[in-house]
Design a protein around this ligand. Sequence first.
Ligand code: FNR
Length: 346
Amino acid sequence: MPKQDKQIQRKVEHLFLAEKYYTDEAFADFDNVRLLHAALPELNYKDIDLSVDFLGFNASLPIYFNAITGGSRQSNRFNSELAKMAKELNIPVSSGSMGVYFRIPETADSFKVLRENNPDGFVMANTSAKATPELAKKAIDLVSANALQIHLNVTQELAMPEGDREFVCLKNIESIVKNVNVPVIVKEVGFGMSKDTIEQLKNIGVQNIDISGFGGTDFAQIESARNHELDLTYLDQFSLSTVESLIETKPFQNELNFFASGGIRTPMDVIKAIRLGATSVGMSGLVLHHLQKYSYEETHLFFESFIAQLKVIMANIGATNMTEIKKAPIIYDESLVNYAKQRQIK
Ligand code: FNR
């Protein structure tokens, strides 16, 4: 793998800068949403079912490892560990963007480890919204992907001096969706989506959307740290938090399939995101932080505790499965009520 290549170097820097700026506290607005306890939950703890149907895959948990990496030697390690952990937990796992593989085929192994370490699991490929349908198929083939993620990352590109400046993508996304033979998820990378964006995607036939909101990994901050010309950290001020983005999905929840990510830190965040309309909840920063700071075994223990806590929360709100979580009473803080009102979302 060419060590001096700038694109590969960027992938390495993303891993380390994500860890440098990681905080246990997130700003995804989950603290501004309350779930209410049920004094008479009328359920048996042992009946609590955490499974979800993730695009036809019977996942054991309502969580998945979202796109992170590929292309570097470090990516080999993280993708191998993510795939192994996803297999053990029986949850979906995604690759980082495969643009680097299209340009430098020698980087293929850093992506292939996702499938090699999780032969029967649900693995997602990941490309930019500019990839041709042929390249999208190449990405899918590399890991025998069960789904394809297409990322939207305008803010990130703008924060990079070498970033893309031509943001005309809808027609291309439409032709990818029409030409690949796996489900497509269009995702943000941590700046959220408005109902206007969701409407644009719906109109070209996109069925699955990961709103990936603001509150966790912040690429305005990460790219500004790499940018020696301009500090563009303020670009994150335009973003929609994960909860605000989930509010934006409300008018479409009966017709489209939504995934949530961005600043997920706790089992409570996961349950709240499900309550607000997500089918399953993605995490990147959180799992990467654990793998970078602690051992694989310790990260596994973290998830065992995470799973136990998901059940405790469900029992406390009287929900035995995902459908019942969606019926649990909820209270929004004033700031979110005001947000929904101004956005004219009921
Ligand atoms: C990412 N993310 C990302 N997303 C994507 O679609 N393609 C990619 O290549 C990457 N690369 C990437 C690298 C690193 C180091 C991180 C931490 C994240 C974005 C990711 O999938 C997610 O949308 C955001 O990070 C928000 O979620 P978290 O990190 O707050 O849980």
